[in-house]
Structure formats: structure tokens, C-alpha cells
Design a protein around this ligand. Structure first.
Ligand code: BGC
Length: 253
């Protein structure tokens, strides 16, 4: 029998969020708990917060955990917006040890991949056909690419070089806030970014997510690109939901 409840934790540059998840509906059960990401966000300090969140819910089953990093077989390979000491860290082993679980009961995955998996499973069915790229606009830009609903893990299209710059340094949602850009000004940058990306991978659909997708009416209509754009339906909890599903169903790297 497939489990109907799971537990997911989404580790971000500013907050670490966890919740129980209804895996039939793709929704959180009750409230999520958010704790500020410790600074510096070293593996040890983050593991303490993750343990606190799991203990808060009294959860003793498998746990899915996202990181804003490339993850190969549980090992973090990059660290764009978290402490560099994550690079080379066996995150799977670290969390399994701290949470007192077998490594098979901890699933590690990239945050955008987790959000995308949740979207494929619980979002608009249009996302399950053809080449689909989900992009999360937050502190950085995360990407998850699917072909007929199957993930190609660890794409890092937020780091595409666009006009001589790392794309997320110009078009992440955090840049809009830090530089005080208006929605039209920021939308122009997102438009340029998506144009470069669509000319390279020719997707059938873009799904845009991240906190800023809550205000999608202010910028999505301003995009003038070839590819159809839809807004992620799970928005901010997609990472938690995708992580919980991965812990129960397994992931491929
Ligand atoms: C990281 C990605 C991550 C994205 C969103 C980027 O800086 O390289 O791994 O998915 O931020 O958090």
C-alpha cells in the first residue's frame, strides 16, 4: 500500500520550512513550520534546524529534503546561495545520522526539481506533455526540466550566461527587491532570460514559480516570448510537497 502521508523540508537561503503532506491531494496537512536559515548556513547548523522541525511534528517516517544545490547520489555538488562548505557534503548521510534514520529513508533533491515534481504530479495536467521547464524565481533562479513528465535532474539554467552575466544575478526575484526594480523593469529582464533559454531548449511550456508567482498578474502578461507560460499551481509549498513525495516514492539521480 502506498503511504498517504509524507514529510517534506525545503531548505532555502533565508528560511527552512517543513510540513506534513497529504500525498493524495498534494497539500500540506496543517501549518508548516518555518525557521530562519542559520547564518552561516553550514551543514551542521542546518542539520540542527532540520532536526528541530522534524521533532516539532513528532514525525518518525521517511523525510524528503531539498537543497538549493546540485545533488548527485545524496552529495551536494554546488552551493550558490548557501555556505560553500556544502560542496562535497554527503547530505543524505548527514541528515540520516542527525535524524536517526536509515539513509534510504532520507531523500535529498534539488529544490527546483522537488517543486517541479510536485507540479507534475498535482498541478496542471498540461505540464505532463512534451518538454516542460519549470523555473523558480526567488533568491536565485532554479530550474527543473521534464520530458513527458519525467525529470532530467539537476539542470542549473539559473546560471545560464545571458548578455555576459550569470542569469540569476540579473533576473532572480531577490534582484528585483535589492535593486528596487518595478515589475515592468524586472519583467524585461525575465523576458530576456526566457528568450535565451527558449532558443536553446525549445520547450513546449514554461511553468513559473517561486514567491513572486503570487503576483504573476503584474509581470507574466508583460512577457513577450514564443513559449506558452503558465503559473505554478502549488506556488510556495511545491518544494515541501515534492520532497515529501520523493521520500516515499524514491528519486533518480
Ligand atoms: C542554485 C540551484 C537552485 C536555485 C534555486 C541556484 O542558485 O544553483 O541549485 O535550484 O538557486 O534555489
Amino acid at each position: 500500500m502506498t503511504a498517504t502521508r509524507g514529510f517534506g523540508i525545503d531548505i532555502g537561503g533565508s528560511g527552512i520550512k517543513g510540513a506534513l503532506v497529504d500525498l493524495e491531494k498534494g497539500q500540506l496537512i496543517g501549518d508548516r513550520l518555518r525557521i530562519d536559515t542559520p547564518q552561516p548556513a553550514t551543514p551542521g547548523a542546518v542539520a540542527e534546524v532540520v532536526a528541530e522541525i522534524v521533532a516539532h511534528f513528532g514525525w518518525d517516517g521517511p523525510v524528503g529534503i531539498t537543497l538549493p544545490a546540485v545533488i548527485k547520489k545524496g552529495v551536494a555538488q554546488t552551493a550558490a546561495n548557501i555556505d560553500p562548505s556544502w560542496i562535497g557534503t554527503d547530505a543524505d548521510a548527514l541528515f540520516a545520522k542527525r535524524l536517526g534514520r536509515h539513509v534510504d529513508d532520507v531523500a535529498m533533491l534539488n529544490d527546483a526539481d522537488a517543486a517541479g515534481m510536485a507540479e507534475m504530479r498535482f498541478g496542471d495536467p498540461a505540464g505532463r506533455h512534451g518538454v516542460v521547464a519549470l523555473l523558480t524565481f526567488g533568491t536565485g533562479i532554479g530550474s527543473a526540466v521534464f520530458h513527458d513528465g519525467k525529470l532530467v535532474p539537476n539542470t542549473e539554467f539559473g546560471h545560464l550566461e545571458v548578455d555576459g552575466h550569470d542569469a540569476e544575478k540579473k533576473a532572480a526575484a531577490s534582484v528585483k527587491d535589492n535593486e528596487g526594480l518595478s515589475y515592468p523593469e524586472w519583467a524585461k529582464r525575465v523576458d530576456r532570460y526566457l528568450t535565451v533559454l527558449e532558443n536553446l531548449i525549445w520547450p513546449d511550456l514554461f511553468i513559473v514559480g517561486g514567491g513572486v508567482s503570487k503576483k504573476s498578474e503584474k509581470w507574466v502578461p508583460l512577457l513577450d516570448i514564443r513559449t506558452r507560460v503558465v503559473v505554478a499551481s502549488l506556488q510556495n509549498n511545491a518544494g515541501i510537497v515534492g520532497a515529501a513525495a520523493a521520500a516515499v516514492e524514491g528519486i533518480e539521480h
